[in-house]
Design a binder for this molecule. Structure first.
Ligand code: SAM
Length: 219
């Protein structure tokens, strides 16, 4: 067992495991490597929580509600580090990213994953991809380093099933580089309340400085 994983942590989704890499138990999914991570002889690749907020949320034992096989809308996909792991265990995975350069890499990652759909779109303009993304996705995952992260979550609520989950990593410095992160997080949580009920929050600082992990359900 990893030191990071307490006995009473929620079960990992089907398709996510803890495997030994160089004598250390690490989160892992099964798929082709994407960012230089090690792959074991059974085809499991290490999921680096230091490079992935969702990985950190799982490592810290947050109850994400993920079971494996769910449909996902992922906002802030960058070049695919985290969303590639998501696509390894989830069903249809729509990956929104507005910067063209990382999307070029993301398209390459998707070539090896037929359930991963990259979208070069702005997450602040959900109408621009509403014709592509199915409504009623099981999970909305957000890691957008932008001001107004709560507004993005609220405006993308329209895609989420009523019994779905929002899994969100808030970067304090994206909202205000000078403000106290705790105040930023309180403001974000308050702004989410128009559309979501907060289930769990946890600081991700052990892996990502001044980030808050949030699990919420739609109201
Ligand atoms: N989630 C990625 C991962 O773990 O592999 C890392 C994401 S990085 C921290 C944040 C990303 O959000 C950047 O790639 C940035 O271009 C993207 N982003 C910021 N604002 C955005 C917006 N309005 N729409 C789409 N993507 C956005």
């Amino acid at each position: 067992m990893s030191d990071d994983h307490s006995a009473d942590s929620p079960a990992l989704p089907t398709g996510v495991d803890r495997r030994s890499f160089d004598g250390r138990m690490r989160l892992s999914t099964r798929g082709g490597p994407v960012y230089g991570e090690p792959v074991d002889s059974d085809g499991w690749r290490a999921w680096d929580a230091g490079r992935s907020k969702l990985g950190a949320m799982l490592e810290l034992g947050m109850d994400t509600g993920l079971v494996g096989g769910e449909t996902v809308l992922y906002l802030g996909a960058a070049s695919g580090t985290t969303v590639s792991h998501v696509a390894d265990f989830a069903g249809a995975t729509y990956a929104v990213e507005f910067a063209p350069r990382p999307v070029r890499d993301l398209v390459g990652v998707a070539e090896a994953r037929d359930n991963l759909f990259p979208l070069l779109k702005d997450a602040r303009d959900p109408d621009s991809y509403a014709h592509v993304v199915e409504s009623g996705v099981d999970c909305l995952i957000m890691d957008v380093a932008t001001r107004g992260q709560a507004d993005v979550a609220v405006s993308n609520r329209q895609f989420l099933a009523d019994d779905g989950r929002l899994l969100m990593a808030v970067k304090a410095r994206s909202e205000d580089v000078t403000a106290d992160p705790d105040e930023v997080f309180a403001d974000v949580l308050s702004a989410l309340e128009s559309a979501y009920e907060i289930i769990e929050t946890e600081r991700l600082d052990r892996f990502h400085a001044d980030h808050l992990g949030i699990v919420a359900r739609p109201k």
